[in-house]
Design a protein around this ligand. Structure first.
Ligand code: SIN
Length: 490
């Protein structure tokens, strides 16, 4: 049972034009606890009609919001930021209950998400263009930054607060208005966040949020893709869905930011500090039970340090406490749903059949607490022929690949259509620059496993998408560049 100190945070209706409303069809869908698969809430199941109403509201609100002085937009964002932190414990409990993230990590997610709101509140007041040196006398050339218009934000379940915060905050800072749809597995955190935005004083229509079941989601998203008033789509999720959004938004040539799947390599060279590398892998691989786009999916360890590294890693992984996310000592909670845990089991079984050896884990656990727990796992003797080498496992599984030379490991690390994040550990300064430049990813952790930060540009290359979130680049993605040329001044 989810008990909150501020029960009004638990919303079940859409927020459209400042009003909390049922879906047009009065339909609802069930929100389930990922541990037990039991329903604990029901929320609005919206369709294309609701999606269009949200755009109507955002389009009407846009002119006034975009003209509002940047400092006023920043103040509203700062108020929202303060309210998010004031409700940190309640928000963390909602995240844990609907997503299965261990409570301690969920508290961290609230701070992480809030940091984007604060960052973009500050950046809002620093938006500036250029005055360009004129080539012809009597002319002035100016470059302005303008908000793109209505933004559709479509967010994933694995960071129910941070992902929507880091899309909505820069949009509002830039002067855009928003229609948003959270993942069907985790709508409650997003609804609570929208309620807090309203409490912070966001004008009606500036933030609109609709929820929809897996079955009705295509109707909502396709309505936004077809609507020429929506000028940008920002999405975090799978590469196939990202490609669909890119194809379908082409008819109205919307601006797109796509943060898609990854298949991150994590490389431990023979000159690495092994303890630091184990710490880094624990932080990046087992965060959120391995359910992050940036978590290492393939761990390459140099032959000379392989056995020592595996021994230290296996000790740490074997000691991780698996349990219901709302228990204080849980480090690995349940996976999000049956499909997720089935995929993990399939990847491990396939790897074992193809010659991998389980050092620790390798099985489902805690069945008395629910069907979706999987033991944190270390596998050795992984090879490129295994499914887990080509596809994101999205679970607490670290497959170790042995390598012998730098050129070989770079080739293998880059041998994937994806290019989101990569990590490596080395103490050789020349190698550090060589490898960092050779890795085909948008982000590289060098002797560091936790790389995301509000001040840094988050995003990928290749089929991991384009666009950046966080940093000043993240704000730029919500603006277009307008050039003014004034003549007859001489
Ligand atoms: C993601 O998994 O998509 C986001 C992870 C992060 O922000 O670090």
């Amino acid at each position: 049972m989810l008990k909150l100190s501020e029960p009004t945070l638990l919303r079940s209706q859409n927020l459209i034009d400042g009003q909390w409303r049922d879906a047009g069809l009065a339909a609802r869908f069930a929100v389930t606890d990922p541990a037990t698969a039991e329903t604990f809430a029901n929320v609005a199941d919206s369709d294309a009609g609701d999606a269009r109403l949200a755009v109507d509201a955002a389009a009407v609100a846009f002119p006034a919001w975009s003209r509002r002085p940047a400092r006023e937009r920043a103040q509203l964002l700062k108020r929202w930021h303060a309210l998010i932190l004031d409700h940190q414990e309640d928000l963390a409990r909602i995240i844990s209950t609907e997503q299965g993230k261990p409570l301690k990590e969920a508290r961290g997610e609230v701070q992480y998400g809030a940091s984007y709101v604060e960052w973009f509140a500050e950046e809002a007041t620093r938006i500036c263009g250029d005055i360009v040196a004129e080539a012809v006398p009597g002319r002035k050339l100016l470059v302005l930054k303008e908000p793109v218009g209505v933004v559709a934000a479509i967010t994933p379940w694995n960071f129910p607060l941070a992902m929507i915060a880091r899309k909505i905050a820069p949009a509002l800072a830039a002067g855009c208005t928003v229609v948003a749809k959270p993942a069907e597995d985790t709508p409650l955190t997003a609804l609570a966040l929208a309620w807090l935005a309203q409490q912070a004083g966001m004008p009606a229509g500036v933030v609109n949020l609709v929820t929809a079941s897996r079955e009705r989601t295509p109707g909502v998203v396709d309505a936004w893709l077809a609507d020429s008033r929506v000028r940008k789509v920002t999405f975090t999720g799978s590469t196939p869905v990202g490609k669909h959004l890119a194809r379908e938004s082409a008819a109205t040539l919307k601006k797109l930011s796509l943060e898609l799947g990854g298949n991150a390599p994590f490389i431990v060279f023979d000159d690495a500090d092994l303890d630091a590398a184990v710490d880094g892998l624990m932080a990046s691989k087992f965060r959120n039970g391995g359910q992050t786009c940036v978590c290492p999916n393939r761990v390459y360890v140099h032959d000379a340090v392989h056995d020592a590294f595996v021994e230290r890693l296996a000790q740490r992984v074997g000691a991780l406490h698996v349990g219901p996310a709302t228990e204080d000592d849980a480090q690995i909670g349940p996976m999000i749903n049956a499909r997720a845990v089935d995929k993990i089991a399939r990847h491990v079984d396939d790897a074992v059949v193809r010659g991998a050896r389980v050092v620790t884990g390798g099985k489902r656990v805690r069945s008395a607490d629910g069907p979706h727990y999987y033991a944190p796992t270390v596998l050795v003797d992984a090879t490129p022929a295994m499914e887990l080498s080509c596809e994101e496992t999205f679970g607490p599984v670290a497959p170790i690949f042995r390598f012998r030379d730098e050129a070989e490991v770079i080739r293998d690390a880059n041998d994937t259509p994806f290019g989101l994040a990569a990590y490596f550990y080395s103490n050789d300064i020349r190698r550090i620059w060589r490898v960092a430049q050779a890795l085909e990813t948008g982000m590289v952790g060098i002797n560091e496993g936790a790389i995301a930060a509000e001040a840094a540009p988050f995003g990928g290359v290749k089929e991991s998408g384009y666009g950046r979130e966080g940093s000043r680049h993240g704000l730029d993605d919500y603006m277009h560049t307008k050039y003014l040329c004034q003549g007859q001044l001489g």
